[in-house]
Design a protein around this ligand. Structure first.
Ligand SMILES: NC(=O)c1ccc[n+]([C@@H]2O[C@H](COP(=O)([O-])OP(=O)(O)OC[C@H]3O[C@@H](n4cnc5c(N)ncnc54)[C@H](O)[C@@H]3O)[C@@H](O)[C@H]2O)c1
Length: 712
């Protein structure tokens, strides 16, 4: 196939708005008498905020450029690099939802192989090729250089990765076969499988060289010149590129087995993509390049037609676009400047928040607590974390000192007098929070925004006793604060636009994704999680073995099982939220007597872990539990839990807590780490029919986050 249209479909219909990444070619006279290099620069003409990508026209341009170069006898070598800071971010993902048939998907995979294959000296008549990774290189952007004979990388490259498996597909323009053959299966499994499934971990420049993906690395503004010089030395034999031999014995199979165990442990069969990738990595031990590429073609075609990938695309779009433009956020021009921040409390959340505000806003942050000891504990947490950041090279010594100086504490709340925003993170009790806000109102200026980090209580209730309730807003962060990117911004009945705009502006400065939420018990994430945990716990109380109940949801590939989550949140916090929700909605939210017993006994959770990391219930804990004799099966537990989630999400939407199902999904992805292959949750509830069974209708129209009806 020489053109996508040969495959009987119109590429323009798939990529109608393609921002074409051009392939500019210029001749470079190489030193050391190495001859002429035809240097291709990929460039879509836009700045670094809009990375190069490969759509049909871009691929066709690269194809034409390579054809023209290969016809020239005066060219000794081919070079390929990108516009400043960016090589390429991979295939143009905007077109993918429009791929409606397996044949189209197959054609896209084959076309990529066909075009990129022209860089392979073994295929192009013997012209050596050099990929210069001058910055970001993701997916197809990394694959294009894997077809080259040699590679260099800039040490400052921020992100080099294969995110495909995270999204629900696999590197299918050569990457899955080429990478294990270049760096060995163990490292390939790490890059293609583990990094992708570990929340899309990216490699930086030095790691790209260490792993052997690049043969040399250079830093500085003259990266390209040095790479070209290096290439000339390779061509003239001054530099001999040696790569460690690859063990094609049992070690190969062991690496694949390790990958399979990793995937099983993480996903429990919930998504097919990484297993298809592992099949190809396994085959790459012996199969030819052509055979490997054919396997990639078939796997991509299958996966692109999978529901998991369609959910992945939907989730990607939510995270890339909806998260950046929160629905319902007021005009940013209304936001008030924040020049000093107060945090009330110095406990678990408060100390993490103090660090975050100082680090991102670079303004003074003051904390208070009930006694000196607690204040000191909070401050020393901040200082320790700053030291860790410095030790890891994330900040320099000057910045470490600056951050430490920015965060101070006291037991005297008058230190809040000149703050522009005060965020409370004290005990989760309405009376305590009301008192704190009343006290603050006597201290701060009339313009100061008062925010609460409550996880479940009414923002209106907290504001009710104030003279200026319009300045009260919820800023609900998630634990661990540094890891989870979500903030639920809660608008109270009286919250004014300016305070709300300030909350959104601050969330953005903190590099968090904000979602606008109505003041309703436990907002979105905790409400869904608590309803679902309540159902699973009820099954145990009725007599289902805890092991069975905790395993029931594994096949969804959630980040952790319900009782591991309970342990992370802490039984007391979970109970408190369950009680708050039970008070609001007694028919639906279950307060487990066994959970109450665990909390009363001060247990950290249900599970203990043995030496092998296997969970068990210790005798002490077992003696506390009182359970019935009505055991459910795993399937029954799963069904009940999912029906409960569907019912609750419907009610959240009907109550207007958030605008659309997309907001619930985004909240679960960013606030609870729910996976892309479920699309958050509503695409999964739709495609399994649970939504219709539980609520009488779907959440999303057919075709959104699902395989198009016309697929064949
Ligand atoms: N723990 C979580 O995972 C989590 C996640 C999101 C939100 N939250 C919310 O954050 C808030 C704090 O939770 P936490 O887990 O950090 O609790 P915590 O018990 O670790 O910290 C609360 C701190 O507030 C202090 N405090 C109490 N009354 C005070 C007052 N009047 N003035 C100054 N300090 C006072 C306490 O001494 C304590 O150090 C709660 O509203 C909670 O619901 C917690």
């Amino acid at each position: 196939m020489t053109k996508l249209s040969d495959a009987n479909f119109d590429p323009k219909a798939i990529f109608p708005d393609e921002v074409v990444t051009h392939a500019h070619v210029r001749d470079v006279e190489l030193p050391y008498g190495a001859g002429t290099m035809a240097l291709i620069t990929l460039d879509n003409g836009l700045d670094h905020n809009r990375p190069n990508s490969f759509g049909s026209q871009g691929l066709a341009e690269l194809d034409a450029a390579l054809d023209a170069i290969l016809q020239r006898d005066d060219v000794a070598a081919i070079g390929l690099t990108g516009k400043p800071f960016i090589l390429a971010a991979g295939a143009d993902i905007t077109g993918m939802p429009r791929i409606t048939t397996r044949e189209q998907a197959l054609a896209i995979a084959r076309y990529g192989h066909y075009v990129f294959g022209k860089l392979d000296a073994g295929q192009n008549g013997g012209k050596p090729s050099f990929g210069f990774i001058n910055g970001l290189a993701l997916g197809g952007g990394l694959e294009v250089v894997l077809h080259c004979s040699y590679r260099t990388v800039i040490t400052s490259a921020p992100a080099v990765a294969f995110p495909e498996c995270f999204l629900g597909i696999l590197p299918a323009w050569g990457g899955t076969w080429l990478l294990p053959n270049l760096i060995g299966p163990d490292r390939a499994v790490k890059v293609i499988i583990e990094n992708a499934l570990n929340n899309n971990r990216m490699l930086r420049g030095p790691e790209v060289a260490e792993l052997g993906i690049a043969d040399a690395s250079f830093d500085g503004a003259d990266f390209l010149e040095r790479s070209i010089d290096w290439a000339a030395q390779v061509i003239t034999g001054r530099i001999e590129v040696t790569r460690p031999p690859i063990d094609r014995g049992d070690a190969w199979d062991a690496a694949v087995a390790r990958g399979r165990a990793f995937v099983e442990n993480k996903l429990h069969g919930a998504a097919p993509a990484p297993l298809r990738a592992l099949d190809i990595i396994a085959a790459a031990k012996t199969c030819s390049k052509a055979e490997g590429f054919a396997m990639e073609d078939e796997a991509l075609a299958d996966l692109m037609m999978s529901e998991e990938f369609r959910s992945g695309l939907y989730a990607f779009d939510l995270v890339q676009r909806r998260a950046k433009k929160p629905v319902g956020a007021p005009d940013t021009a209304l936001a008030r400047p924040v020049t000093k921040v107060g945090i009330v409390g110095a406990g678990l959340m408060a100390s993490q928040l103090a660090l975050l505000f100082a680090r991102r806003l670079l303004v003074p942050v003051v904390m208070t607590d009930l006694d000196d000891e607690r204040v000191e504990k909070g401050l020393s947490y901040v200082r320790n974390e700053v030291d860790k950041l410095a030790a890891r090279g994330r900040i320099n010594a000057d910045m470490a000192n600056r951050l430490k100086a920015l965060v101070t504490g006291s037991t005297d709340k008058s230190i809040y007098s000149d703050c522009s925003l005060v965020l409370e993170a004290v005990f989760e009790e309405m009376k305590v929070k009301q008192q704190v806000f009343e006290e603050l109102e006597g201290i701060v200026s009339p313009e100061c925004v008062l925010a609460t980090n409550t996880s479940s209580l009414s923002v209106n209730g907290m504001a009710s006793k104030l003279r200026h309730p319009e300045r009260v807003v919820g800023l609900h962060f998630f634990n661990p604060v540094a890891v989870l990117p979500l903030v639920e911004v809660i608008r109270g009945e009286r919250t004014d636009e300016s305070s709300l705009a300030t909350a959104f502006a601050v969330a953005k400065q903190l590099k968090k994704n904000a979602i606008l939420v109505k003041d309703a018990p436990a907002f979105v994430v905790n409400r869904v999680l608590t309803r679902f945990m309540g159902e699973v716990t009820k099954c145990v109380d009725e007599g289902t073995p805890a092991e069975v109940a905790d395993r029931a949801l594994l096949s969804l590939g959630l980040p952790m099982s319900p009782f591991v989550l309970l342990q992370l949140v802490g039984p007391a916090v979970a109970l408190h939220v369950a009680e708050t929700l039970h008070e609001a909605f007694p028919d639906r939210f279950y307060v487990s007597p066994n959970l109450q017993r665990l909390v009363a006994a001060g247990k950290p959770g249900l599970w203990s872990w043995d030496d092998k990391g296997q969970p068990y219930i210790d005798e002490d804990t077992r003696a506390l539990l009182e359970v019935g004799s009505q055991a459910s099966t795993e399937e029954e537990v799963r069904d009940r839990a999912l029906m409960a989630i569907a019912d609750e999400v419907r009610r959240i939407l009907d109550d207007g807590v958030v605008a659309e199902p997309q907001d619930v999904d985004l909240a679960l992805i960013l606030g609870a780490g729910w996976p892309f292959h479920l699309g958050g949750i509503t695409p999964y509830l739709d495609r399994t029919g649970i939504a219709e069974r539980a609520t009488g209708r779907r959440f999303l129209p057919r075709g959104v986050a699902s395989v198009p009806a016309s697929s064949g």
